[in-house]
Design a protein around this ligand. Structure first.
Ligand code: 26V
Length: 819
């Protein structure tokens, strides 16, 4: 009898039908004739998963037998998107599945719609993690993703009278066929209590952490298939469960209800994703989440993935933990604790090991987004870790004093512990001190990290700092999301581009080919028809035909300046209704917004309300009919992105220069043949350099100009007073025209723009309007526009996350690829 893994089922329609019916009958317990759509979807998903399993086990077996260095990607978020199509593509089963289901009287497309996407992330950072694990699998690189299995992902957004309402995302309610639970694999995680000093048998001073309370980490595995290469890596997410001791004590004391409540308390840890993505709230539960998943992951890696005779001193040869922002940075003192307290290593030896095991990616430039944790909270929740952080800081500040004698100001600036407004741990400093490398996510961002945010550290350790420009997976965001374009590309240059996106450059010559251009336009038109059907069905929105499709989709944040986009639309509208603008001279345009606001972010929510209000009024006004249309489908997510981005003509990337670390939506649009209107910010800089100035609409101040204006003293009212169109547009909003006469409703928005405007929307307004005029003129020449769109595709191969992974491997991880 074979004790190893079974083989995959054969790649044939017959075999697929057999597996599918078996899953339906034995897995769901229903005959085909009585099965619901959900039964069918679950059976299909399990069937496809079955095809992956043998490869997954085989990948894991190979990895165990070659003890080469692996990457442990530590991320509090993975914004995965739907799994079915991706798994079908990876296994090359799409056609077989379609035929097999057809034989059973089922449409594959109907089952696709059933899947609820796992929204275990907020935005860019979480989606990036999902792209990275896809690319690592496709490159056959050893990588295990670690994170949290939130029971509730990012909230579902709905609009009631134009205002955002958040609905819990109960994504697991219909069952998740992709996860493999291991309830028997329990990892103990401790919190609270205090520490005690003692002397061990060898006469050494040691510390013991007397825990206050514990929870258990339950392992959930997800398969991460490479693109048609037989590799299947692992994403391991943790769920919190109460220990038995936790409730038994109280139970024995007779208070059953309290026992159940405390169980809930422990299990709350993995209950919900925090929906803030820029301003840390310093919430205790969030720190619990961070420590919980990181403690589980380190324990799991050391105890469960390494041979039993493994020596922790060899850890740097076996693993590099990549810290996805500061969220998992508590892993640093946790590893020190394991090495010193549990494995009995000397402090200096442990620190030498720890300093080789971590690398840190920073994803922001906003000072308010840098996480800090109050010392008081740390002492209460993780007393041993707080001691360790103090000791790390002592050693580090000695280093600083040695390098800069007498410079106590610098010592204070660089300290891991900050004093204002309260004593707290600066997680970015801790990460920087302990990491082999620190990277930003686009060239400009990395440079600003070096020159500004982490300047003192870059002076001390210049070689520690590096850049890895973000990327996106071409499997999901081109091959799956844009089947028409994919077919055109494959018909033209062959199929190799899907795993080697640089090959898109072979399309460059076709920009001059009239026949190809026509086909390219037909693809765009077909994608517009598709999004029209989607928005009709999903939101009841009727998109007009034949418009320039202008899309701004991203989290709602002031620095991203959805406000500026709104000012543009209102200016056009105002121009037409006031008679200053001849409607016939305005390019028919549909503007689509997609954006969630953090539930407690007032200004962001006001902006959503204003956009919705403007949409209602503008879409109903016959004076602009056929010229201007606005759509704001609720609940923008990965699934909608996959439909919307391929249809876009114009990509809005209009953040204030120096604020958007990279952006990744910008890359997805360019790869799908949209032209960008954008500032010199984040990865826009690199996109423009690669696609060329003629194929990109640049506007606005650059970062040095922004810094200069702010140093001079920025007065938004000056722009209002001197720019007539701007003044008129703002007045129209302030008058309550869009908000049913309610002036207060627009008050916060207008008031802030005129008196504060922290992100300089008014300063960039005229330049933005001029760039939009250039867009209109260029769009009128469809041949020229199409050429530029093709060149955007042909020159954007660099933005594959496969290339990002190459860069991480070469500059930071130094792991081997290929199986
Ligand atoms: C930050 C925080 C702050 C504490 C509260 C919870 C929370 C949750 C998520 C985040 C992440 C914000 C940083 C982020 O998403 N940055 C984005 O990362 C993208 C990938 O690198 C990049 O393309 C975007 O420009 C950047 O804004």
């Amino acid at each position: 009898l074979a004790r190893g893994p079974v083989a995959s089922p054969p790649h044939s329609v017959d075999a697929f039908v057999k597996e599918f019916l078996r899953e339906l009958n034995y897995g769901q317990g229903v005959p085909l004739s009585r099965s619901s759509l959900n039964d069918q979807y679950l059976a299909l998903a399990r069937t496809v998963r079955g095809y992956l399993t043998a490869r997954w086990l085989e990948t894991a077996r190979k990895r165990r037998s070659h003890t080469e260095r692996a990457v442990g990607y530590l991320s509090a978020e993975y914004l995965l998107g739907r799994q079915l199509d991706n798994a079908l593509l990876a296994t090359d089963l799409t056609q077989i599945a379609e035929d097999a289901l057809h034989a059973c009287g089922i449409e594959l497309d109907a089952l696709r719609q059933v899947e609820v996407e796992p929204g275990l992330g907020n935005g860019g950072l979480g989606r990036l993690a999902a792209c990275f694990i896809d690319s690592m699998a496709t490159m056959g690189a050893p990588c295990i993703g670690y994170g949290l299995r939130y029971e509730y992902g990012i909230f579902k957004q709905t609009f009631v009278d134009g205002r955002q309402i958040e609905i819990p995302d109960n994504w697991l309610s219909m069952g998740d066929p992709w996860e493999i639970a291991h309830p028997e694999m329990e990892v103990p995680v401790h919190f609270g209590g205090h520490t005690e000093r003692y002397v061990d048998e060898a006469g050494r001073d040691r510390v013991k952490w007397i825990h206050g309370w514990d929870v258990l980490g339950i392992r959930y595995n997800y398969m991460v298939p490479g693109y048609q290469n037989g590799v299947v890596n692992t994403l391991r997410l943790w769920r919190a469960r109460a220990t038995r001791a936790f409730d038994l004590d109280i139970f024995n004391a007779g208070d059953y209800a309290q026992a159940v409540r405390s169980q809930t308390f422990a299990e709350n840890i993995s209950k919900v994703l925090y929906p803030e993505d820029s301003t840390p709230q310093g919430k205790e539960l969030r720190l619990q989440q961070q420590y919980f998943f990181v403690a589980c992951s380190l324990y799991d890696f050391i105890k469960h993935t390494q041979p039993t005779d493994f020596d922790v001193r060899d850890l740097p040869e076996r693993i590099i933990f990549q810290l996805n922002d500061t969220h998992p940075v508590i892993a640093i003192p946790e590893l020190m604790r394991l090495l010193v307290d549990d494995y009995g290593l000397e402090w200096e030896d442990a620190w030498g090991i720890t300093r080789q095991c971590f690398a840190y990616t920073c994803h922001t430039l906003l000072p308010e987004a840098l996480e800090v944790w109050p010392v008081s909270l740390m002492e209460r929740l993780l007393p041993r870790h707080m001691e360790i952080i103090y000791r790390i800081n002592e050693g580090f500040l000695d280093e600083v004093r040695e390098a800069y004698p007498g410079d106590e100001l610098r010592v204070r600036r660089m300290s891991i512990i900050g004093d204002h407004p309260e004593r707290s741990v600066r997680m970015a400093h801790l990460a920087t001190v302990a990491s082999v490398k620190v990277n930003g996510v686009a060239e400009l961002h990395s440079q600003l990290l070096r020159d500004k945010v982490l300047n003192d550290f870059a002076e001390l350790w210049p070689d520690k700092f590096t850049n890895v420009t973000n990327g996106v997976t071409p499997r999901r965001f081109v091959r799956q999301a844009n089947p028409y374009l994919s077919k055109l590309i494959t018909d033209t240059i062959g199929v190799g581009w899907v795993a080697n996106l640089d090959r898109l450059e072979e399309l460059e010559v076709y920009a001059e080919d009239e026949d190809f251009r026509e086909k390219f336009r037909a693809v765009k038109a077909a994608n517009k028809e598709r999004i029209t059907r989607v928005l009709q069905r999903r939101d009841g929105i009727a998109l007009p035909e034949g418009h320039l499709l202008d899309v701004m989709v991203k989290r709602l944040h002031e620095y991203k300046r959805q406000s500026l986009k709104l000012l543009h639309i209102v200016t056009l509208y105002d121009g037409i209704i006031s008679g200053r603008l001849d409607p016939a001279s305005v390019t028919p345009r549909t503007v689509v917004f997609g954006a969630k606001a953090a539930p407690g972010y007032r200004m962001a929510k006001e902006t959503i309300y204003l956009i919705n209000s403007a949409a209602t009024v503008i879409n109903a006004d016959p004076r602009v009919e056929g010229r201007l249309f606005m759509a704001f489908p609720a609940n923008y997510n990965v699934t909608l992105a996959e439909r919307l981005i391929p249809a876009a003509d114009l990509s809005e990337q209009i953040s204030l220069a120096g604020k958007e670390a990279s952006g990744t939506g910008n890359m997805k649009f360019a790869l799908n043949g949209a032209l960008t209107i954008g500032t010199d910010d984040g990865a826009n800089v690199e996109i423009r350099r690669l696609v060329g100035d003629d194929n990109f609409f640049l506007f606005g101040m650059d970062e040095p100009q922004v810094a200069e204006l702010q140093a001079r003293g920025y007065r938004p009212a000056d722009y209002y007073e001197t720019n007539e169109n701007l003044r008129s547009a703002i007045n129209l909003i302030a008058s309550g025209h869009f908000t049913g006469g309610d002036r207060d409703a627009a008050g916060l928005f207008v008031g802030d723009l005129l008196s504060n405007d922290a992100f300089l929307a008014l300063a960039d307004y005229q330049s933005y309007m001029d760039a939009q005029a250039r867009v209109e003129a260029y769009y009128a020449d469809q041949e020229a526009w199409t050429k530029s769109a093709i060149l955007n595709v042909a020159r954007s191969g660099y933005f594959s996350s496969d290339r990002s992974m190459r860069d991480y491997i070469d500059r930071i991880w130094h792991v081997k690829t290929g199986v």
